[in-house]
Design a protein around this ligand. Structure first.
Ligand code: COA
Length: 385
């Protein structure tokens, strides 16, 4: 049975920061951010948005008739809003889905959406008529004036997993690799991550190589068997580093093809920053919308989550895949640019670990789903329109 991604949509906030402005405010050469890190803009997250509202926003772009067929909602996030209750329950409610739906939240840093995809594939294999909604939703927060600040961002990618998929048919062999590593983590008492950025970059590359080499041993495949690779992109330079670890200074046709796919995959990440769990799947959306890929092309996807876990999985593009994709370019163009001062104010208004009641001003937001505040320790979500 063919099982895979049947629909792919994306949501982020209405606001962005130009990283040249951030560079000026932090007294850094802008080329470090634009070229050295490979980021131009960053999604700015108002306090009225969180992993739940962004997840709902991405999923609401899926036609209602398809959402009505969903049997399970999996929300993959490391920006969870509750230590007990699954974000998927809030999302299911905001989307107005039937109560006869299974809901669950998954966590393992930036990796968990890939686990969600594999679990969804297993569910469809057991129950071929079911459609599974997998949503990767996160807010990357490192803190003001930290080394990771330039790699912040946020947003959500929603995927429907079904039999006879219209976008990407997932193949059976994949390689997962995990080790207990302290490269990035967020203790329960913190709303910003702790990170050893240089170390995490090296662990990422080591895990990519471990997975890819084992995949080659298991299947006999080589680079020649792929149109290109897609990477988790915490910042776009990370994909370049990972691909360079394989291609070195090769400049033949295969290498040029892989570099072209990588470049196409970086377009959206460069403009929104890190989505944590969603970043790999935003790379996929970007490559499909901006690359020269065709039906039948085989893609390798490398998923990485700090802590750490990696997985190399593969899929084949399906005839007519473009019809089941969102094209978010116009939505990104329409976002409002904010100053560094406004970004810092919004950053500090984040609900975070605060326990007091509060009400947020919603007058500036056109977002379809908002966090209106907190009452009696309960988050107040609203669907508007
Ligand atoms: N012009 C062009 N490039 C410049 C530059 C300039 N003026 N100044 C610096 N650079 C380059 C550096 O050479 C370096 O390139 P390289 O990585 O290819 O060697 C790059 O910009 C980054 O500079 P560096 O000094 O290493 O940055 P940093 O100490 O600020 O750390 C991160 C960068 C990504 C490690 C940091 O932002 C971070 O910790 N991010 C969060 C963690 C993360 O995303 N981890 C990824 C794995 S999940």
């Amino acid at each position: 049975m063919k099982i895979g991604i049947d629909r792919l949509t994306f949501a982020t906030t209405e606001l962005y920061l130009d990283l040249r402005d951030l560079a000026a405010a932090r007294h850094v050469d802008p080329d470090k951010y634009l070229m050295g890190i490979g980021q131009s803009q960053q999604a700015v997250i108002p306090p009225t948005q969180d992993a739940v509202t962004l997840a709902a926003q991405a999923a609401a772009k899926i036609p209602a008739a398809e959402l009505a067929q969903v049997s399970t909602v999996i929300v993959a996030t490391e920006s969870g809003v509750d230590n007990s209750k699954a974000a998927a329950l809030y999302v299911k409610q905001l989307l107005g889905l039937s109560d006869f739906v299974r809901t669950i939240e998954l966590k393992e840093a930036c990796y968990s959406a890939t686990a969600g995809l594999q679990f969804a594939k297993g569910l469809v294999a057991l129950h071929p008529t079911e459609k599974i909604l997998v949503i990767a939703s996160d807010i990357a927060r490192y803190g003001l004036q930290t080394g990771g600040e330039v790699t912040q961002g946020g947003g959500a990618v929603a995927m429907v997993v079904a039999k006879d998929p219209r976008v990407l048919e997932l193949e059976s062999t994949s390689v997962a690799f995990s080790q207990d590593v302290m490269d990035f983590w967020r203790p329960l008492y913190r709303s910003e991550a702790l990170v050893d950025g240089k170390y995490s970059t090296q662990v990422y590359i080591d895990f990519f190589q471990a997975c890819w080499q084992r995949y080659q041993q298991l299947t006999g495949a080589t680079l020649d068997d792929f149109a290109g690779f897609l990477f988790h992109l915490p910042f776009t330079k990370m994909g370049k580093k990972a691909l360079a670890s394989e291609l070195g200074d090769r400049d033949d046709q295969v290498a040029q093809r892989f570099w072209a796919v990588l470049q196409a995959s970086q377009v959206y990440s460069r403009r929104v920053g890190n989505l944590y769990t969603g970043s790999l799947y935003l790379s996929l959306l970007s490559a499909l919308n901006h690359g020269q890929l065709q039906a039948g092309n085989r893609l390798g996807l490398f998923s990485y989550g700090s802590g750490a876990e990696g997985e190399f999985l593969t899929g084949r593009l399906v005839d007519g895949f473009a019809a089941a994709l969102e094209r978010p370019d116009a939505m990104l163009d329409q976002r409002r640019q904010v100053s560094v001062a406004e970004y810092e104010t919004l950053f500090n208004q984040h609900l975070g670990l605060q326990s007091q009641d509060c009400t947020f001003d919603l007058s500036d937001s056109q977002a379809p789903f908002v966090l209106a505040g907190q009452q009696n320790h309960q988050r107040q979500y609203q669907r508007r329109g």
